[in-house]
Design a protein around this ligand. Structure first.
Ligand code: ADP
Ligand code: MG
Length: 338
């Protein structure tokens, strides 16, 4: 008799969880993405004990339809794509239908949500199962609470408990999201103290000030570049203000923040000799392109992407940064209002 069998869905989800929700900050990222995809204009995040005790995200988005309750935690269940044609032109932040299934496999989750159509519901998901779905409170949007993350994955739990840096990673995720979405108000409360607050009025310079402080915002120089495939825009911080690592290079593609060594390098090259040795710039850059030109389905965390015209994009970005900085450095560093 053969020995291969299909694992039950709870184990399948736990396996996927290893990649999709590697740590508390990845849970926060996935939940924020869902709020943005649901057209939220205001997102509040409450974290206790670096997210190991509780992660709660409250949005004012479109909500989840009560009839979708049973599918919410099912793997590859999504409202965002239908066909493989859609997969090659992703316009939403989520599309894999894996986040809630993965989170539900390694944590206890409650969801209180009200779809635009009405019928608010309260859903409790535990041990890989939907254990409760009852009528919920009247509200706008969705309120998701994750408790006891990794309670049933002992090695991960032990590893995470030993980490001291997780709050920093959570702050980083929210800051990058806020910089990519100036029209959305973000608030982060970590162990009852407010760490991030943006207004959501669409003014990116104000967001830069809210995230990095007034002085950096005062040194922000707007820039823009365009060719037939790409539209680049954002702010470059004058090189007198710099950092000793690349973490302050915020690059997003169609408002999805990404990690790209090459694009970061293009920006650094654009600043060229204006930066002291071993110093890196601060920049906030969004690149708009036809979603067909970028593959976001590279890794479950969706921060790594592949471009079909990478060389052209790098060149456009580097040249745009260089010429903007060249112009800018002819103007003395006067203090200006953001
Ligand atoms: P994906 O985002 O890839 O579709 P998820 O597991 O993150 O997969 O979410 C599953 C589905 O649950 C989404 O497609 C969406 O329909 C719904 N959903 C999740 N979070 C929210 C939210 N905050 N507001 C509205 N709908 C949500
Ligand atoms: Mg999602």
């Amino acid at each position: 008799m053969g020995s291969i069998k299909v694992l039950d869905s709870a184990i399948q989800n736990k396996i996927a969880a290893g990649e999709v929700v590697e740590r508390p900050s990845s849970v926060v990222k996935e939940l924020l993405e869902n709020s943005i995809d649901a057209n939220a204009r205001q997102v509040e995040v409450f974290i206790e004990e670096s997210g190991m005790k509780q992660i709660r995200i409250v949005d004012d988005g479109d909500g989840i339809h009560h009839s979708d309750g049973p599918l919410l935690f099912q793997r590859h269940a999504t409202s965002k794509i239908d066909t493989d044609y859609d997969l090659f032109q992703i316009r939403s932040l989520g599309f894999r239908g894996e986040a809630l299934a993965s989170i539900g496999a390694v944590a206890k989750v409650t969801v209180e949500t009200n779809h635009l159509d009405g019928n608010p519901v309260f859903i409790r998901f535990e041990g890989g199962r939907l254990v409760e779905q009852i009528p919920g409170k009247e509200r706008k949007g969705t309120d998701i609470t994750i408790t006891d993350l990794f309670y049933n994955t002992p090695a991960r739990l032990k590893y995470m408990r030993s980490m001291r840096t997780e709050s920093g990673k959570i702050i980083d995720v929210i800051q990058r999201m806020a910089l990519a979405y100036p029209r959305v108000s973000f608030r982060l409360v970590l162990d009852h103290s407010e760490k991030v607050m943006t207004k959501g009025n669409g003014n990116l310079k104000e967001v830069i000030s809210d995230i990095y402080g007034l002085n950096i915002a005062r040194h922000a120089v707007s820039f823009e570049a365009q060719d037939s495939d790409f539209h680049i825009q954002g702010f470059l911080i004058r090189p007198e203000i710099n950092r000793s690592n690349r973490n302050y290079l915020n690059i997003s593609v169609n408002r999805r923040f990404i990690r790209s060594f090459r694009l970061s390098q293009a920006v650094i090259n654009g600043y060229h000799t204006l930066l002291p040795k071993d110093k890196y710039p601060i920049a906030i850059i969004d690149i708009t392109m036809d979603p067909k030109l970028v593959d976001v389905n590279v890794h479950p965390a969706k921060t790594e992407v592949r471009f079909s015209k990478e060389r052209e994009l790098n060149q456009l970005l580097e040249t745009a940064v260089r010429s903007r900085m060249k112009d800018e450095m002819l103007i003395p560093d006067i203090t200006r209002k953001p």
